[in-house]
Design a protein around this ligand. Structure first.
Ligand code: NAD
Length: 495
C-alpha cells in the first residue's frame, strides 16, 4: 500500500466545527505533539476557549430548540445517518491515515477494526430509533401513566484516543438517535480524524448545530464544556482521574447528567481445571498486547492457580514474537507505536517501578525503534507480582502483563476483586458450575467465561467501582443514558 503521509494540512488544528461550518478557534493554548510513528512534528492544535465553547453551546441549543433534528421523522434521520456512515466508509483511508500519524495504531486495525466498528455502531443506533417503544405503567384504577423518552438537550461527548473512530461513534450514535444536539471534544491525540467528521456531517445533511466538534486540551476545552451551565449532559470516556474531575464540574455548575466510562485493571483468571490452556494463552496475549495494550478492558492481570502457572507462562512466551512492534503505516503490521513519547515514558516508568518493587521481568519492556524517532516498546510480562505493587493496582495502559499466583479458587476471586477498578474479567475453567460460581463472585461490568473481548454493539458495556458510574455504553442501554424519561398521568373520567 502506498500512503501519502502529508495529508494533514498544517493549519487544520486551528479550526473547530461549530454550527455547520469550520471556524477559527480563538485559543492560544496550543497542543504541539510529535507523531509516535517517526517523531515528525504534527500540526499544532488550538484549544477552544470558554468563549468558543459558549458559541458551540449556543449553536447546539438553537438547533435543539428549533427541532431541526429531533423534529424529523425517524425515517428522515435514519437516511441522514446512513449517508453519514457511507461517507465514513468512502473516506476511511483518509481517516485512518490521520489516526495512524496521530496515535500510532496499525493502519490495518484502523481500516479493519476501528472504522468498520464505528460505522456499525452509528448504523445500529440509526436502525434502532423506530424500534424502541415507550412504556405504560401497570393498569391503575382511574388513571393511566405513560413513561416516554425525550432527548436530554445539548450534550457533550468527551472522548479518549485509543480507538479514535469507535470512541466518537459510541457518542454520536446514541446521542443523535435519542434526538440530542452533540458537542464532541475529541482527545488531543486523535483530533484530526474527529475534526474531519464535520465535513462529512455537513455533506450527509446533519442539520447545522446538531454535531459540533471542539478540539483542545482537556483542562481547557473539556473543562469549559463540563462546567457550562447550558450543557445538559456530559458523556465522558477516559481515565478515572479525569472522570472524577468531570463529576465535580457537574456538581459545581448545573448538576448536568454525567456518564463516566473510565479505566480498568481487568483480571484474567486461569483455574487449574482449565483444559484449554493454549486457547487461554492466545486469548490473553491477544487482548493484553493488541493495540499496544492501550485498551480500557485489557486483561492486565493474569491470576493463575499455581499448578498450571508454568505451563501458561511457557505458552505465553511462545506467542510474544507475534506482538513485536513495527511501522504502523505498513499494511502487514499488527503491533504499532504507543500513542506518543510522553505516554511511552510513563509505561517504561512502570517497568522500572515493577522491578524495584520486586517483580521479575520475564520478557520485554524495552524501548525499540523499528522506525527511527518513533515511540515503540516490546510487550512485557512480570511474574512474582503481589497485589500491593503499583503494577498490580494501577492502570498502566500499555503492553504489560502482571502475573499473580494464587493457591485456589477463593484466592483467585479475592485477588481479582481487590482492585479499585471493575471493568471486565475472565474466568477460564472447564467445570461449568465452578465457572458460573466464580463469574457471579467477580465484581466487574463484563465477565467472559472461556473467552475474552467478545463485546459487540448489542450488549451493554461499562464498569463497576471506579471504572464507571453505571451509565452503559453500547446497546439500547445507551439510548436510555442519552434520554430523559417522563411520566405523564392522565386521570380517566367516568362520564
Ligand atoms: P484522559 O482522561 O486523559 O482524557 C480523556 C478525555 O478527557 C480527553 O478528550 C481529554 O482531553 C479530556 N480531559 C482531560 N482532562 C480533562 C478535564 N480536566 N476536564 C474535561 N476533560 C478533560 O484519558 P486518555 O488518556 O485520553 O484515555 C485513556 C483512558 O481512557 C484510560 O484510562 C482508559 O482505560 C480509558 N478508556 C475507557 C474506556 C471505557 O469504555 N471504559 C474506553 C476507552 C478508554
Amino acid at each position: 500500500m502506498t500512503i501519502n503521509t502529508d495529508r494533514i494540512r498544517p493549519d487544520e488544528g486551528r479550526f473547530a466545527f461549530v454550527g455547520g461550518t469550520y471556524v477559527e478557534s480563538t485559543g492560544d493554548a496550543v497542543v504541539q505533539r510529535r507523531s509516535p510513528v517517526d517523531g515528525r512534528e504534527l500540526p499544532g492544535i488550538r484549544s477552544c476557549t470558554p468563549g468558543d465553547v459558549d458559541k458551540a453551546v449556543q449553536a447546539a441549543r438553537r438547533a435543539f430548540e428549533a427541532k431541526d433534528w429531533r423534529g424529523k421523522t425517524a425515517d428522515e434521520k435514519k437516511k441522514i445517518l446512513f449517508r453519514f456512515t457511507d461517507l465514513l466508509q468512502k473516506h476511511s483511508a483518509e481517516l485512518a491515515l490521520r489516526d495512524v500519524l496521530s496515535m500510532g495504531k496499525p493502519i490495518r486495525d484502523c481500516l479493519n477494526n476501528d472504522i468498520p466498528l464505528a460505522i456499525q455502531c452509528i448504523r445500529w443506533y440509526a436502525e434502532a430509533m423506530d424500534k424502541m417503544y415507550d412504556a405504560c405503567a401497570p393498569p391503575h384504577p382511574g388513571a393511566i401513566a405513560t413513561i416516554t423518552r425525550e432527548p436530554i438537550g445539548v450534550v457533550a461527548g468527551i472522548t479518549p484516543w485509543n480507538f479514535p473512530m469507535e470512541n466518537v461513534a459510541w457518542k454520536i450514535g446514541p446521542a443523535l438517535a435519542a434526538g440530542n444536539s452533540l458537542i464532541l471534544k475529541p482527545a488531543e491525540q486523535a483530533t484530526f480524524s474527529a475534526l474531519f467528521l464535520g465535513k462529512l456531517a455537513q455533506e450527509a445533511g446533519i442539520p447545522d448545530g446538531v454535531l459540533n466538534i471542539l478540539p483542545g486540551r482537556g483542562d481547557v476545552t473539556g473543562k469549559a464544556l463540563a462546567l457550562h451551565p447550558d450543557v445538559d449532559g456530559v458523556f465522558f470516556t477516559g481515565s478515572t482521574a479525569t472522570g472524577k474531575d468531570i463529576l465535580t464540574y457537574a456538581g459545581r455548575s448545573n448538576m448536568k447528567r454525567v456518564a463516566i466510562e473510565s479505566g480498568g485493571k481487568s483480571a484474567f483468571l486461569i483455574l487449574k481445571d482449565c483444559r484449554h490452556l493454549d486457547e487461554a494463552a492466545q486469548a490473553l496475549a491477544k487482548n493484553i498486547f493488541f493495540n499496544q495494550g492501550q485498551i480500557c478492558s485489557a486483561p492486565s492481570r493474569l491470576i493463575v492457580e499455581s499448578s498450571v502457572q508454568q505451563e501458561v507462562l511457557e505458552k505465553l512466551l511462545r506467542l510474544i514474537p507475534a506482538y513485536q512492534p513495527s511501522n504502523p503505516l505498513e499494511e502487514a503490521t499488527t503491533s504499532g507505536a504507543m500513542v506518543d513519547h510522553p505516554h511511552l515514558e510513563g509505561v517504561l516508568g512502570y517497568i522500572s517501578a515493577g522491578r524495584k518493587e520486586g517483580g521479575r521481568l520475564l520478557v520485554g519492556g524495552d524501548r525499540v525503534e523499528p522506525v527511527k524517532g518513533g515511540a515503540y516498546m516490546t510487550p512485557a510480562i512480570f511474574t512474582g507480582v503481589k497485589n500491593d505493587m503499583r503494577i498490580a493496582r494501577e492502570e498502566i495502559f500499555g503492553p504489560v502483563l502482571s502475573v499473580l499466583t494464587v493457591k485456589d479458587e477463593q484466592g483467585a476471586v479475592e485477588t481479582s476483586n481487590a482492585s479499585p477498578f471493575g471493568l471486565a474479567a475472565a474466568v477460564w475453567c472447564d467445570d461449568i458450575n465452578r465457572a458460573h460460581r466464580v463469574a457471579r463472585a467477580l465484581r466487574a461490568g463484563t465477565i467472559h467465561i472461556n473467552c475474552y473481548g467478545e463485546d459487540d454493539i448489542t450488549a451493554p458495556f461499562g464498569g463497576f467501582k471506579q471504572s464507571g458510574n453505571g451509565h452503559k455504553e453500547k446497546s439500547l442501554d445507551a439510548l436510555d443514558a442519552y434520554s430523559e424519561k417522563k411520566t405523564t398521568w392522565l386521570k380517566l373520567r367516568e362520564d
